[in-house]
Design a protein around this ligand. Structure first.
Ligand code: GRF
Length: 200
């Protein structure tokens, strides 16, 4: 199965996907990495792994629809069968999402439905929760609201800052995203309404 990975920055989740593939633990091909920032470090990671890249910048487009059309075109031209959002920092609209129904997978650094949106780890620290984690989910037209594939939990410690908690969650993200992609690639995920059933 071929996936397209859409990124905005550092790309450590992309790196985890690349590493899992290289180690034979994830059986998919990354057809293309699309970034909305030309200076994203994720692009260097992709190039180093020999993966084709595309840059689609919002400022080069007349409106959001054109921006999304260009991302869509880059993914389709590469033959992607699913889209993985790995640290992509923009909200996709129904214009894009409706064309990839149940085929967009996102990672969010919180136990949804808590702490949607930006700075999820800081929100968790400020709220005083005792556990936090990450969620891999299919993308629907809301923000961080789609059907949940899997979640991983970490403790929140008394002396945690946003940074220390984010680092602990990130380690789990690096396991969760490849695991979810493999479940999808193996055809093990069935979506019924809000629920994702995982074949065992
Ligand atoms: C991750 O914490 C991801 O969950 C969030 O943005 C961060 C991206 O990190 N949405 P990276 O670019 O994969 O290193």
């Amino acid at each position: 199965k071929k996936i397209g990975v859409v990124v905005s920055g550092r790309g450590s989740n992309l790196q985890s996907i690349i590493d899992h593939i290289a180690e034979g633990k994830l059986n998919v091909e990354i057809a293309v990495v699309v970034s909305d920032h030309k200076e994203a470090f994720a692009l260097e990671r992709a190039a180093k792994a020999g993966i084709p890249t595309a840059v689609v910048e919002r400022k080069g487009c007349k409106d959001k629809a054109e921006f999304e059309d260009k991302i869509d075109a880059a993914l389709r031209e590469a033959g992607a069968e699913a889209v993985v959002l790995a640290g992509f920092m923009r909200i996709l609209t129904g214009h894009f999402i409706s064309r990839w129904e149940h085929k967009i997978i996102n990672i969010h650094p919180a136990l949804l439905p808590s702490f949607k949106g930006l700075d999820a780890q800081g929100q968790a620290v400020d709220y005083g929760v005792k556990v936090a984690g990450c969620t891999v989910h299919f993308v629907d037209e809301g923000t961080d609201t789609g059907p949940i594939i899997l979640q991983k939990v970490v403790p929140v410690l008394d002396d945690d800052t946003e940074e220390t908690l984010a680092a602990r969650i990130l380690k789990e993200e690096h396991k969760a995203l490849p695991e979810a992609i493999q479940l999808w690639a193996d055809g093990k995920l069935t979506i019924q309404g809000r629920k994702v059933y995982v074949a065992r």
